[in-house]
Design a protein around this ligand. Structure first.
Ligand SMILES: Cc1cc2nc3c(=O)[nH]c(=O)nc-3n(C[C@H](O)[C@H](O)[C@H](O)COP(=O)(O)OP(=O)(O)OC[C@H]3O[C@@H](n4cnc5c(N)ncnc54)[C@H](O)[C@@H]3O)c2cc1C
Length: 624
């Protein structure tokens, strides 16, 4: 019987990254999807990136993942967001041609060695040893076929027992009419795996020829666009970008919604599942922000060869007739034709507190889980988990320790730590505010933070790694050169300073101090630095950022040292928390259930207080 190293259940954003990582690390890998046409599909907003999500895409790229390259090949419009704010929140966001994005990713899967992709629904997992812990040995498909495998990565997304709802219409289907996953939930529950019921939703799609864009604000992409992948040549990005458009809801929109709230399954009580606070439907916005006169709505092209436009900000599960009515209240949409209704989708997902930081189940050896199925929401969050699970399934087969990225090393670390340590009771969406060390976790330095790990995993080629090391050397050499530079006072220089509303100098000024001035930068000062080497733009940007924010970065590095100290204080896995007097009851039961691996993790368990951590510290000191 044929046997596989890694079986990936799901061809979404998580499944694709998981399968590619495992296959590229030499694992004999098979990917299953209920329908291969759903591979890398974007059932919701046709864009990749944005605040914190752009950071994640860069981190995926630095580790050797595919999403960054795939969007660089298939974007319709690209913009750098938050450029008026600090570098920690600068975020790249690209509108994707979602059909080309999916085709391009499927092509990459099909052309990857060691990887087989198969259209088949997995009905059950095969395991050995006792009731609710042991190891996974294979998967059983809809046809009853058994696939023996050493590891399984579950990436079933929004398909487990999915049902789609709008108004009184209820369809037992996955997103966008794709078939739902009908049997896998039971198999997981029979293994003692706890499932939760979550919900998300999307907006209607309208025909672009029925929209009057002259009544809206046009938004163009940046010229030149910036790549997501550190490996993409910026020149390869040149193309004609498509615009997006901004319009607004108004009192008419809000009135119709208020009058029909009882017909929305979210408000009629038909949907009981937990929805995402940070991705509210238009109904939620009208109810929760009743004082707001209008809400922004963006018209975004779904692809170059389609008339479908995504209506961002108008996600809804109201009945068809109401959707028609509310969309036509928006300026420019008075005659719009809906091509696909908006809807809400309910689905099973697992409680991620059952997973280790490697995304392996604590009780099922060789079984991993990634993506929306872990309670997260978003293509980027799913892809990041898929990559981590793919790497760790391969490491499991290789008998090597898993790759763990901690909260000070990447948003991927924050994401997985939050999901597995804190758990979530609603779809978890990444935000910069979740990352305590966000000044260090910028999108521009993801390669410096993570590419050495990607190289160690065998996912970054030697050529690419050499280019990376050269860039790091260039930055280091240039920073030490600039540190020694003194800019002499001169009429020309003080004239330049005056032009930039910067105070004049009357004696030699250290170049780093000048760069630190908010109105100046390494790039702006090039005219007064004749010996400056011609660095590529990304390297120059690093010189600027590392010198400009030196003080803040140093302070955050000191906080990271404290963090790492607590992370390195490991907790025995067999510790009897109920016997530790001084620990509060809530802390005892939470710690016993979650079994954190370190004092740092224990301090992040909801319900565990700093006082409990002090008690644990004393206990550890006494018990060595
Ligand atoms: C209607 C809707 C609205 C959304 N709105 C938002 C939003 O507003 N903001 C946001 O951030 N995210 C949103 N999302 C979430 C976003 O789509 C997901 O985060 C992302 O697609 C998750 O990727 P994934 O790989 O985990 O799963 P998915 O992309 O859902 O892919 C799952 C894959 O698993 C396969 N599969 C499932 N079960 C089986 C089985 N038993 N056997 C074989 N294959 C199986 C499917 O065929 C599919 O290929 C929305 C999703 C939907 C459906």
């Amino acid at each position: 019987m044929e046997s596989w190293d890694v079986a990936v259940v799901g061809g979404g954003h998580a499944g694709c990254e998981a399968a590619l990582a495992a296959a590229r690390m030499g694992m004999k890998t098979i990917l299953f999807a209920i329908q291969l046409d759903s591979v890398a599909m974007m059932p919701c907003n046709p864009n990749i990136g944005g605040a914190s999500k752009g950071h994640i895409v860069r981190e995926i790229d630095a580790l050797g993942g595919q999403m960054g390259k795939n969007i660089d090949k298939t974007f319709l419009q690209s913009r750098m967001l938050n450029v008026s704010k600090g570098p920690a929140v600068h975020s790249l966001r690209a509108q994707a041609d979602k059909f080309r994005y999916a085709r391009e990713m499927k092509k990459t899967l099909e052309q990857t060695a060691n990887l087989t992709i198969r259209q088949s629904e997995i009905y059950a997992l095969q395991t050995e040893s006792s009731q609710d812990n042991g190891s996974v040995t294979g998967v059983v498909s809809e046809s009853g076929a058994f696939y023996a495998c050493k590891t399984v990565i579950l990436c079933a997304g929004t398909y487990l027992k999915a049902r789609c709802l709008y108004g009184e219409t209820i369809l037992n289907s996955g997103p966008a009419g794709f078939r739902a996953s009908r049997a896998l939930s039971e198999s997981l529950q029979s293994m003692g795996i706890t499932l939760l019921r979550f919900k998300t939703g999307t907006s209607a799609r309208v025909h672009k020829n029925t929209i009057d864009f002259s009544r809206m604000e046009r938004q163009n992409g940046d010229e030149p666009p910036v790549p997501f992948s550190f490996e993409t040549d910026p020149a390869a990005l040149r193309r004609k970008q498509l615009p997006c458009y901004l319009t607004y809801t108004n009192e008419d929109t809000h009135k119709i919604i208020r009058e029909n709230l009882c017909r929305s399954p979210m408000y009629s009580g038909v949907i009981k599942a937990a929805g995402a606070r940070y991705c509210p439907s238009i109904e939620d916005k009208v109810v929760r922000f009743a004082d707001k006169k209008r809400h922004q709505v963006f018209l975004e092209p779904e692809g170059e060869d389609t008339a479908e436009m995504y209506v961002a900000g108008m996600s809804t599960s109201l009945p068809e007739d109401v959707q028609e009515a509310i969309y036509r209240t928006l300026p420019g949409m008075e005659n719009c034709r809906i091509m696909r209704n908006g809807y809400a989708i309910e689905y099973d997902c697992i409680d991620a507190a059952q997973l280790k930081l490697s995304l392996e189940f604590k009780r099922w050896s060789g079984l991993f889980s990634a993506g929306q199925q872990n309670g997260s929401s978003g293509y980027e969050e799913a892809a990041a988990q898929g990559l981590a699970a793919g790497i760790n399934a391969a490491r499991f087969v290789q008998g090597k320790p898993p790759l763990i990225i901690d909260r000070s090393e990447g948003y991927i670390g924050v994401l997985i730590d939050d999901l597995t340590v804190k758990g979530t009771n609603e779809p978890y969406r990444m935000m910069t505010s979740r990352a305590e060390y966000r000044l260090l976790l910028r999108q521009d330095n993801a390669d410096a933070r993570l590419m050495p790990k990607g190289y160690e995993m065998g996912l970054i080629s030697s050529k690419r790694y050499d280019d990376f090391l050269l860039k790091m050397r260039q930055i280091e050499t240039e920073i030490s050169r600039v540190r020694k530079m003194i800019l002499p006072p001169s009429e020309a220089f003080n004239k330049f300073l005056a032009e930039h509303a910067s105070p004049p100098i009357d004696s030699g000024a250290a170049m780093p101090e000048m760069i630190k001035r908010p109105e100046l930068s390494y790039d702006l000062l090039r005219g007064f630095d004749p010996d400056r080497p011609g660095l590529p733009a990304p390297a120059g940007e690093q010189v600027n950022l590392q010198l400009k924010y030196e003080g803040y970065i140093r302070r955050q590095m000191m906080q990271v040292e404290q963090f790492k100290k607590l992370e390195s204080r490991l907790l025995p896995m067999d510790i009897d928390y109920s016997s530790i007097t001084g620990l509060r009851l809530e802390a005892r039961s939470k710690l016993d259930k979650l079994r954190p691996v370190s004092l740092g993790q224990a301090s992040r368990v909801p319900g565990v207080t700093p006082a409990d951590i002090s008690v644990l510290l004393i206990y550890l000191a006494a018990h060595g």
